[in-house]
Write a protein that binds this ligand. Structure first.
Ligand code: ZN
Length: 426
C-alpha cells in the first residue's frame, strides 16, 4: 500500500473513500481524488484510533483502515463480553457476528479468543473502479462473513495473478458464470461480486433474494463464478501502465505508441483478446481479424498464436470441464443484449431458456453472427458440450461503462442470475 495524501489520485484513493463513506465519514465524492474533504475524513478517522491526525495515510493509518476495506474487525474477547455487547459496541448485527464465527458458542464466548466482527455495511464496493486488488479484498471480506463460502484456484493470469473461482451451493446441478474476459468491461466483475454477496447473505440468514427462497436452490445447484477472467487487462485499463510491467515497451508498441490504455484495451497483458482465443471457429476468427488488418498483439480482436494459447483461456477451459456445468453465462458490456447459440449447435432448450432470460432482464435475445461469434467462451462452451451458453452484454454506452451504472445493471441482472441456476434443473 502506497502512502496517500492530499493530491493523491487513483483506484486506491477511491477504495479508501468508499470504505470511509460506508463507515459513516463524509469524504465528499467517491471520485479517486484525495481532496480537502477526504483529508478531513482521514483526520477524523485518525483521531478515533488515537493516531497522529495529519490526514496522511501511511503505515499506522493503513493498519486500522485495512479492516474497514475488508468490512470486518478482529476482536479479542474480554471478561464479561457477550455477542450482544460486542455488537452494540460496533453498532452491528449480532446475527452477523454469530454467522462469521460458527465455531464459537454465542452464549459462552471464550475469553481471549479472537472473533470476526462484520461492520454494518456491504462488503462489495459498488462505487469504485473495480481493480483486481479491490476484488481480492472483497473476496476475503465475504469469506470472513460467510465461512461456508468455497473458494478455489482456476489458474493464473499471464502476470501470475491467481484466477479465483467462487463456489456457492451443494447440489448436483452446476452452472458457471464468468465476467471481464475483456479488460474495459470490468463493471461486469462488480455485478457478479455483488450477486455473490447477496446470494451468500440470503443463504446465511434465510432471507429471500428477489422474492425467492434460496434454500431449495442451494441444495440442488452449485453456482461457480470467476468474477474477473482478465485481471491483468483490467488493472491496465484502470490503473494505467506501470514501469515495472514486464511487457512495458511491447504494450506501448501494441497500443500504437500510446501509453493511454483506458478507453480501448480489451486484451490480456500480451495483447491477445482472450474472448477470441477459444477453440471454436478459431481459424475463422483469425481470418476475420486479418481482414480488419489485425495480425498481431493489440488492444482488441487478436486471436493469439493458436487456440487456447493464453493461461486465462486455459484456466476457463479446465474449470468448465472439471465443474461439469450444464449452463454458462459469460458477462460482457455493453448493449443490453443476450447472444445465444453457436453455428446451430445449441440444444433446443437453449432458445426457450434464452427467451425467459430476455423476458426477466429486459435485454434483447439474439443469435450471434460474424466475428463476435467466433472463438469466444460461449461459442466454445456451446460447441464442446451442446448445452445452453450465453454471452450477456450489460448496460448501454461506451466502454468502460461508468460505475454509476452499476445499480441499474445489477437490478436488470439479478433475476437472470437466479433463473439461470434454476433453468439448469429442467
Ligand atoms: Zn466483451
Amino acid at each position: 500500500m502506497r502512502i496517500l495524501r492530499l493530491g493523491s489520485a487513483g483506484s486506491d484513493v477511491m477504495e479508501v473513500q468508499s470504505a470511509l463513506k460506508k463507515a459513516g465519514y463524509s469524504v465528499g465524492g467517491v471520485d479517486g481524488i484525495f481532496g480537502e474533504q477526504t483529508k478531513k475524513a482521514v483526520t477524523e478517522f485518525q483521531r478515533r484510533f488515537g493516531l497522529e491526525a495529519d490526514g496522511v495515510i501511511g503505515g499506522s493509518t493503513w493498519r486500522p483502515l485495512h479492516s474497514f476495506l475488508l468490512g470486518y474487525d478482529v476482536y479479542t474477547v474480554r471478561m464479561g463480553d457477550t455477542v450482544y455487547k460486542i455488537a452494540r459496541k460496533y453498532k452491528t448485527d449480532p446475527a452477523a457476528i454469530i454467522a462469521a464465527n460458527p465455531t464459537e458458542s454465542p452464549e459462552n464466548l471464550m475469553v481471549g479468543s479472537r472473533i470476526k466482527v462484520p461492520y454494518d455495511y456491504d462488503v462489495v464496493s459498488t462505487d469504485v473502479n473495480y481493480t483486481y486488488s479491490i476484488m481480492m479484498r472483497n473476496i476475503s471480506g465475504l469469506k470472513a462473513r460467510y465461512p461456508f463460502l468455497q473458494i478455489g484456484t482456476a489458474g493464473y493470469s499471464v502476470l501470475g495473478k491467481t484466477l479465483f473461482y467462487i463456489k456457492m451451493g451443494a447440489g448436483p446441478h452446476h452452472v458457471f458464470y464468468n465476467a471481464a474476459h475483456h479488460a474495459l468491461e470490468w463493471i461486469t466483475s462488480t455485478v457478479l461480486m455483488k450477486f455473490t454477496e447477496e446470494y451468500l447473505r440470503a443463504r446465511a440468514f434465510g432471507k429471500q433474494l428477489k422474492g425467492q427462497d434460496l434454500s431449495g436452490l442451494w441444495s440442488k445447484t452449485i453456482i461457480y463464478i470467476v468474477p474477473m477472467v482478465n485481471p491483468d487487462g483490467v488493472d491496465l485499463v484502470i490503473d494505467g501502465l506501470s514501469s515495472s510491467n514486464p511487457y512495458y515497451s511491447s504494450l506501448i508498441r501494441w497500443n500504437n505508441g500510446s501509453t493511454d490504455f483506458s478507453h480501448n484495451w480489451e486484451a490480456n497483458i500480451r495483447g491477445v483478446d482472450i474472448n477470441h482465443n477459444y477453440d471454436a471457429a478459431w481459424e475463422e476468427s483469425k481470418e476475420a481479424a486479418e481482414a480488419l488488418g489485425i495480425t498481431g498483439p493489440g488492444p482488441t480482436r487478436y486471436s493469439g498464436p493458436y487456440p487456447v494459447s493464453e493461461p486465462e483461456t486455459k484456466a476457463m477451459v479446465r474449470l468448465t470441464r472439471n465443474s461439469g456445468c450444464s449452463l454458462a453465462l459469460a458477462y460482457h458490456s455493453q448493449g443490453e443484449v443476450i447472444y445465444r447459440d453457436f453455428m446451430d449447435m445449441a440444444p433446443p432448450q437453449a432458445k426457450t431458456i434464452g427467451l425467459r432470460l430476455s423476458e426477466i432482464s429486459g435485454y434483447a435475445l439474439e443469435k450471434a453472427s460474424g466475428i463476435s461469434s467466433y472463438a469466444g467462451y460461449k461459442d466454445w462452451f456451446t460447441k464442446e458440450f451442446r448445452r445452453p451458453g450465453y454471452t450477456v452484454e450489460v448496460g448501454r454506452g461506451v466502454n468502460p461503462l461508468p460505475i454509476s451504472q452499476l445499480a441499474h445493471i445489477y437490478n436488470d441482472n439479478t433475476g437472470m442470475l437466479l433463473y439461470a441456476a434454476q433453468a439448469s434443473l429442467k
